[in-house]
Design a protein around this ligand. Structure first.
Ligand SMILES: Cc1ncc(COP(=O)(O)O)c(C=O)c1O
Length: 397
């Protein structure tokens, strides 16, 4: 008998985590690997946040927390939504979880029945499709074009909707592309959704603060979207707190209550010490993110300059997060005499083995012609990584 359930056997391993592991394994064998597969800021958590967590330990804030989060943290998040996004989520509409990833699966498990369709524009974040499947939903993927910076159009959204559509799930700024929707583009999408009032939107805004083009926009701002958007956010990316595992949602009250019920059976709430750190991070505001964002923007320019120099790499035009997602399909069918490249997976593995640079193939994000390159690493690393990539790509013809 199979010890493992079909549910888990059918689940894919996170490709980004797998690539990160491969590059760590090579590094452990003594190779000098540059990791451009990573999805986390390369900065340390700011001191004032660490201090708050240390104080939480000293003050014995170490007992089980309230399941949706400490009331003081829920209040701070509610105020953040109002101040930064002009969105009204009362503290009762907020649920704090162990990372934004956890918030997303909570939302899906609470709204999806078996066979419900969830529209997911591709390129999508690596976990969305498997999370939908875990919730017994059916992912309906929209293939978005590089010519539209990988964003779905109102027409594409309309075509993907059927009587079975329960939800739309996407991120902006996007992982893996770094592209983001403008207010006008979101308004057009909201215009389509206005005709389908039962569809819930899960809007993943975890990269909100890493935005090079001005003010972050949420689809929740539009009248037609009232009381049917689950806004996902967290502290991992904005405050360099990936290991603290704190994410949150602002949601219609029934969904927030359902997520609290689910979480009550799963985790009993998020780590108390990390919650205290997150409260300090969010209440101190986003000034600290601005410094990091400036650094990311500078690196993006460097990376785009390098990509311009690589024949056959067609970049998109990222405006946020810390990823570039070039089309690399020009290399398919090429070989260095030993290795034949047929897919972006082949290319990512070739670059890892020959150049010792880790990237992630677009396959994992539903766009197999592309490669995700993260620039959450130093300028020196980026310059060295691209010198190596150019050298090994030059051997393919
Ligand atoms: C688009 C997107 N959503 C959610 C997450 C998960 O964030 P967290 O670390 O808070 O679970 C990530 C992390 O890579 C992400 O890229």
């Amino acid at each position: 008998m199979n010890k493992i359930s079909d549910r888990i056997n059918n689940l894919a391993i996170s490709a980004t985590l797998a690539m990160t592991q491969k590059s760590r394994d090579l590094a452990a064998q003594g190779f000098d690997v540059i990791n451009l597969s990573i999805g986390e800021p390369d900065f340390n958590t700011p001191e004032h946040i660490k201090k708050a967590a240390k104080e939480a330990i000293d003050n014995n804030i170490t007992f089980y927390p309230p399941v949706p989060g400490f009331p003081s943290l829920l209040k701070v998040i509610s105020e953040k939504f109002k101040k930064e996004n002009n969105l009204d989520f009362s503290p009762e509409q907020i649920v704090v979880s162990s990372g934004a990833k956890h918030s997303i699966i909570n939302a899906l498990l609470c709204i999806i029945n078996k066979g419900d369709e969830v529209v997911v524009p591709a390129p999508y974040w690596v976990s969305y499709v498997d999370m939908v499947k875990l919730a017994e939903g059916v992912p309906v993927v929209i293939n978005c074009e590089l010519s539209n910076d990988f964003k779905m159009t109102a027409g594409q959204l309309e075509n993907a909707i059927t009587p079975k559509t329960k939800a739309l799930l996407y991120s902006s700024p996007s992982n893996p592309t770094g592209d983001l929707y403008s207010k006008e583009e979101l308004e057009e999408l909201a215009g389509v959704l206005a005709k389908y009032p039962d569809i819930i939107v899960i809007s993943d805004e975890i990269y909100e603060h890493i935005n090079f083009s001005g003010k972050h926009q949420s689809i929740a701002q539009f009248k037609a979207m009232e009381n049917r958007v689950v806004v996902i956010n967290g502290v991992s990316k904005a405050y360099a707190m990936t290991g603290w595992r704190i994410g949150y949602m602002g949601a219609p009250i029934e969904i927030a209550k359902a997520c609290t019920k689910l979480q009550g059976q799963f985790t009993s709430g998020a780590c108390t010490i990390a919650q205290m750190g997150a409260e300090t991070a969010i209440s101190a505001g986003s000034e600290v993110c601005k410094e990091m964002t400036k650094v990311f923007e500078k690196r993006l320019k460097i990376v785009l300059e390098h990509i311009k120099d690589i024949p056959g790499f067609i970049p998109n035009s990222p405006q946020g997060a810390f990823y570039v997602f070039p089309d690399v399909s020009d290399y398919f069918g090429k070989s260095d005499g030993k290795t034949l490249i047929n897919t972006s997976d082949d290319l990512a593995l070739y670059i890892l083995s020959e150049a010792k640079v880790a990237t992630v193939a677009g396959t994992a994000f539903g766009s197999p012609d592309c490669l995700r390159i993260s620039y959450a690493t130093s300028e020196d690393n980026l310059n060295e990584a691209f010198a190596r990539i150019k050298k090994v790509l030059g051997k393919l013809n």
